[in-house]
Design a binder for this molecule. Structure first.
Ligand SMILES: [Cu+2]
Length: 533
């Protein structure tokens, strides 16, 4: 199936972007109408390939307090399109990488080796990496600080405290200036933190729970990925993958299922809707379970956002097919089949109806979610962040990562005091772009979107907020539990790499107390070389 020509509105939009952002040559715009160059006969028909779930990785050992993992970042060959070989960069050579399942209160020690080729075989850049566990309150030296790179042939050991509430996290590459290529090549995976509260709730688990990792890709005629970020504005693939499979079909029983939805695309936003237009129940956000479930028929999902949604298939007939569709968002380029994500086919009665609820009997999930207890009156400081394109550069409050590097990693846009609450207003001054803004370390509560209440499905702990065109959001966060410097950036990864990223520093009571050489002096030394194996 060939991607259709861009319609006139898209062309106008792209030319307008080109004029405003970079001088996008007309040839580039015209080539954008058919993203993949592989024969259309090689692309599967949507909803024909079976749904797959990434494997759960086992620890190499465990002791009384800690689970130890070894993961290698290396090249693999994936069969994403039937009969076509596609080189990927993967954790353990697979994409998405293996899921890590962690338990609250048990530390994870992750030995991450970079076994990637010294240079990307096609794109030529040095394949350095930095692993970020997105959603974890990690110490600065284990947070995947962009400039804290591990070069090919080096190893770094990360420690993850797992002291937070149960949640859907993801680990993905964050290496400075090549986060987009590395993540696009496949360095992304989920990480599930479980805890007794989440395990005790009668919500779907086990066979009735699955990750949905959404990405979009462009294929070259030889099966390799094409990377084209349109002059650092965004990459928009014509092939939608769920857990690495193009538009899969999942067989489901007549009952509730829980999906851990993650938008792992570089630049594509999604607006999810079921073909039946039935409501979905949202039970969790980036930082874990909501206070109480919310229902919505549509859900806007920016890059790096996670939503746990429950879909109830009980009322559909055996053989019935329900599609999960993408209605699209402003400023993501659509192709013939980017409106389709996956389909569910109902097989028949459920084998088990255990854990077939969306909350406890009182209608609650996690009434104690710490971020959700925050109130504007608790804020000791108010700040404003402006995300925009200025003089041809993506900036946050006028700063870029280059400014941070130039300052020897000292420059910060905010110095919140440890364990204090602040209210941040994030303003997108542009009508041409949306920016999912990620604040590392903290869970925040969205209290206002454009002067009104946030969407009901955003009423849970968050660490990324979709700041749409000309939108303003206000968030509250308690800054802790660690001191040190942490990144703030746009999760449109071409934006992040060029160079829409800055940092804040959590400091002690007296200014400068945060300057502990171990916890706040990036880029945290030189990783060890790989031992000869
Ligand atoms: Cu952005």
């Amino acid at each position: 199936m060939t991607a259709h020509a861009l319609n006139r509105r898209d062309l106008l939009k792209l030319s307008a972007l080109g004029a405003a952002a970079v001088a996008l040559p007309l040839e580039r715009v015209v080539s954008a109408k058919s993203a993949s160059r592989i024969a259309s006969s090689k692309l599967p028909r949507p909803y024909t390939l079976p749904f797959k779930v990434p494997p759960v990785i086992k620890p190499v050992r465990s002791d009384a307090t800690t689970d130890y993992y070894h993961i290698a970042q290396r090249t693999g060959v994936a069969e994403i399109l039937p009969g076509v070989k596609t080189p990927v960069f993967g954790y353990e050579g697979i994409s998405p990488g293996p899921t890590i399942r962690a338990t609250r209160g048990r530390e994870v020690v992750l030995r991450m080796t970079n076994e990637l080729p010294a240079r990307h075989p096609r794109w030529g850049y040095e394949a350095w990496t930095s692993c970020h566990l997105h959603g974890s309150a990690s110490l600065p030296q284990y947070d995947g600080y962009a400039s804290d790179i591990t070069r090919p042939g080096q190893v770094k050991t990360y420690r993850y405290p797992n002291t937070q509430d149960a949640r859907t996290l993801w680990y993905h590459d964050h290496g400075v200036h090549h986060t987009a290529e590395n993540a696009y090549m496949g360095l992304a995976a989920q990480y599930h933190l479980v805890d007794p509260l989440e395990q005790s709730l009668p919500i779907p688990k086990g066979d009735y729970e699955a990750p949905l990792i959404l990405t979009d890709k462009i294929f070259n005629s030889n099966g390799e990925f094409i990377y084209d970020d349109n002059g650092h504005s965004g990459l928009y693939g014509d092939v939608i993958l769920v857990n690495g499979v193009p538009w899969p079909l999942m067989k489901v029983e007549q009952r509730k299922y829980r999906f851990r939805v993650l938008n792992a695309s570089l630049a594509r936003g999604f607006r999810l809707q079921l073909s039946t237009r039935d409501p979905m129940t949202v039970i969790g956000t980036d930082g874990g379970l909501m206070v109480r479930p919310q229902t919505t028929a549509q859900l806007r999902l920016g890059m790096a956002e996670r939503y746990e949604i429950v879909i109830d298939f009980a009322k559909y007939k055996p053989g019935q097919r329900v599609e999960l569709r993408n209605l699209g968002v402003k400023n993501s380029v659509d192709y013939d089949n980017t409106g389709k994500i996956m389909a569910f086919e109902v097989t028949g009665p459920a084998k088990s109806l255990a854990d077939n609820a969306v909350s406890d009997p009182d209608g609650l999930l996690n009434p104690q979610a710490p971020a959700m207890d925050l109130a504007p009156a608790m804020a000791v400081q108010k700040r404003k962040l402006e995300v925009e394109r200025k003089n041809g550069q993506w900036v946050i409050s006028g700063t870029t990562w280059a400014d941070v590097v130039k300052s020897d990693y000292r420059k910060v846009v905010a110095k919140p005091k440890l364990d204090t609450v602040e209210q941040w207003e994030i303003v997108n001054k542009s009508g041409g772009w949306f920016h999912p803004v990620h604040i590392h370390l903290v869970d925040f509560k969205i209290i206002e979107r454009n002067g009104k209440a946030p969407f009901n499905y955003e009423l849970g702990p968050k660490d990324v907020v979709y700041v749409g065109e000309n939108e303003t959001v206000k968030v509250l966060a308690r800054f802790g539990p660690h001191k040190g410097r942490y990144m703030i950036h746009c999760h449109n990864l071409p934006h992040e790499d060029h160079d829409m990223m800055t940092q804040f520093e959590v400091v002690g009571d007296s200014e400068g107390e945060g300057d502990d050489p171990i916890t706040s002096a990036p880029p945290y030394g030189i990783p060890d070389p790989l031992p000869d194996l």
